[in-house]
Design a protein around this ligand. Structure first.
Ligand SMILES: Nc1ncnc2c1ncn2[C@@H]1O[C@H](COP(=O)(O)OP(=O)(O)O)[C@@H](O)[C@H]1O
Ligand SMILES: [Mg+2]
Length: 234
């Protein structure tokens, strides 16, 4: 396969991150590099506190690197204003968290349609796209359930649908199945990866489960601030 530049969706070059905590200088990331192509899935594993969430925040433009550069769809995040960054994020990224962050007063399809409403798409079109995607995720019988009426695995599938409904170039997922039992976690994880392939959305997934990580195209390990290809990865 040729490594053409257009294929690269997300790239980090020598990204370092320090937190100034009083007089203490906490160095979390040290010259981290990664490159993600369209439709590719990358798992990031590492001990608690190793900086996985910090890295995802920087990749998603929610936090800034102390040094180094992140490029999303060929555009460097460091040169953008807050509003430009917001627009780029809105257009190209989706986020999934460990806890679903669904809106309690909205039902499943309304939660999924929300990002389309924000983009001012027509309500009919938004509803149709949300319901179609939920159906593909096996939730056709749960469209009008509220989050409190769904199981943990169903909620995470709704959260994944919400992240994917805008067909972003890349989804950043921080322990998306960390709150689920093993069997449900595996099912949700596999569904997420198969959706990623079918709509060619790239995924960066933080997980502490090596078995789930191994389902991704590549596995990287974060330790002592350094990110390297994991020996168990492909
Ligand atoms: N806003 C912050 N200010 C100071 N230190 C932080 C901040 N965010 C994270 N850290 C520190 O950075 C390290 C990595 O945190 P985090 O990225 O949440 O790790 P992980 O997601 O791998 O568990 C921890 O030592 C944490 O205390
Ligand atoms: Mg974390």
């Amino acid at each position: 396969m040729s490594e053409t530049k257009v294929d690269v969706v997300l790239q980090a070059q020598a990204v370092s991150k320090r937190f100034q905590d009083g007089r203490l200088d906490v160095r979390v990331l040290e010259e981290v590099n990664l490159s993600l192509k369209r439709g590719e899935s990358l798992a990031i594993v590492g001990a608690s506190g190793s900086g996985k969430s910090t890295l995802l925040h920087i990749l998603g433009g929610l936090d800034r690197a102390s040094q180094g550069e992140v490029q999303l769809m060929g555009q460097s995040l460091s040169n953008l204003s807050a509003s430009q960054l917001g627009m780029l994020r809105n257009r190209h990224l989706g986020f999934v968290y460990q806890f679903h962050h669904l809106l309690a007063e909205l039902n499943a399809w309304e939660n999924v349609a929300m990002p389309l409403w924000i983009r001012r798409e027509s309500s009919q079109n938004s509803q149709q796209q949300a319901q179609q995607l939920l159906t593909r995720l096996g939730l056709s019988q749960r469209l009008t359930h509220r989050p409190s009426e769904l199981s943990g695995g169903e909620r995470q599938r709704v959260a994944i649908a919400r992240a994917l409904v805008t067909k972003p170039a890349c989804v950043l997922a921080d322990e998306p199945t960390g709150n689920l039992d093993r069997q449900t976690a595996k099912e949700v994880f596999e569904l997420m990866l198969s959706m990623s392939k079918s709509i060619q959305t790239s995924f960066v997934v933080v997980t502490h489960d090596p078995e789930l990580a191994a389902l991704c195209d590549a596995v990287m390990h974060l330790k002592d601030g350094h990110l390297s290809l994991s020996s168990s990865g492909i």
